[in-house]
Design a protein around this ligand. Structure first.
Ligand SMILES: [Fe+2]
Ligand SMILES: [Fe+2]
Length: 272
């Protein structure tokens, strides 16, 4: 079995690169096993056009995708969803609460764009699930991730329940993992559930060690205590970090783990 992962959207594109950057996440994952091919698009960035453009530069035919998985409601992960659905259809997997109000205070809406939310809600191939779900032979989505520590609880986002403004715990945060046989490759959007919680849950679900993590770890404005805690718990894992991880946290992990840490960007590719 061979895996190819291409970053179709990160906030960073290196100088001179043909690939475009925009705020957000979109990853293309392809598993080839003999004549069988599984492919999934994980998140859709802030908008679809740069993703489509980057896919063409990386020689990816998005019309052949099997499915789209959405990590959580934020506009920088769902912004291209409506255009992607319109262009190539396919199953869309996400958490049932993905359409809720979600905002910073003072009120700044950061959920799924409201100009197409209704259309996505009624899309015929939408699969809303809280539980772990194996979407193909090698690829599983985690669904809701149990929260087991205080440090990784989201604190600065809000929602509305029964007319009241309450903290939003981002229960929709959902990751993907790929079974490589003797280890696991974990892919996360923003890790709002906490990367340590996510890693532990994936190891519990799969019964295998997570050897690779790729995505955003949401440590941009994190306390030193939280970054220390994360570093301590990710020892031994190969880390491919981008988006909302924060350059400070990435540098601290590079200082500690050296070559095991890489900064990803639009156009970044892994083949395993
Ligand atoms: Fe994000
Ligand atoms: Fe997010």
């Amino acid at each position: 079995m061979q895996m190819r992962l291409v970053v179709l959207n990160d906030d960073l594109a290196p100088k001179g690169s043909l690939h475009l950057a925009q705020h957000g996440v979109s990853y293309y994952i392809e598993i080839v096993n003999g004549s069988k091919i599984e492919s999934v698009l994980f998140d859709t960035g802030s908008s679809y056009v740069p993703i489509k453009y980057n896919a063409s530069i990386s020689h990816i035919d998005l019309s052949k995708l099997n499915s789209i998985v959405i990590s959580h409601c934020h506009y920088d992960h769902t912004g291209g969803l409506y255009d992607a659905i319109n262009e190539f259809g396919k199953n869309v997997f996400a958490h049932p609460s993905i359409f809720r109000e979600n905002f910073y205070l003072p009120y700044r809406y950061i959920g799924m764009p409201k100009d197409f939310k209704q259309e996505v809600m009624t899309y015929k191939n939408l699969i809303l699930v809280k539980e772990p779900l194996k979407i193909s032979e090698y690829i599983t989505m985690t669904g809701e991730v149990p929260r087991k520590n205080d440090l990784e609880i989201p604190v600065d986002m809000f929602t509305i329940e029964n007319g009241k403004v309450v903290k939003d715990l981002m229960l929709d945060d959902n990751s993907l993992f790929i079974d490589l046989g003797d280890s696991i490759f974990l892919i996360s959007g923003c890790s709002h559930a906490g990367i340590v919680n996510i890693k532990n849950y994936v190891e519990e679900l799969s019964g295998k060690d997570v050897n690779y993590i790729l995505g955003g770890l949401h440590l941009l404005n994190a306390s030193k205590e939280k970054i220390d805690f994360t570093i301590k718990n990710l020892e031994g894992v190969e880390l491919f970090l981008g988006h909302c991880t924060g350059e400070n946290a990435i540098q601290r992990m590079k200082d500690k783990f050296g070559e095991k840490v890489k900064r990803i960007h639009s156009g970044f590719e892994i083949e395993l």
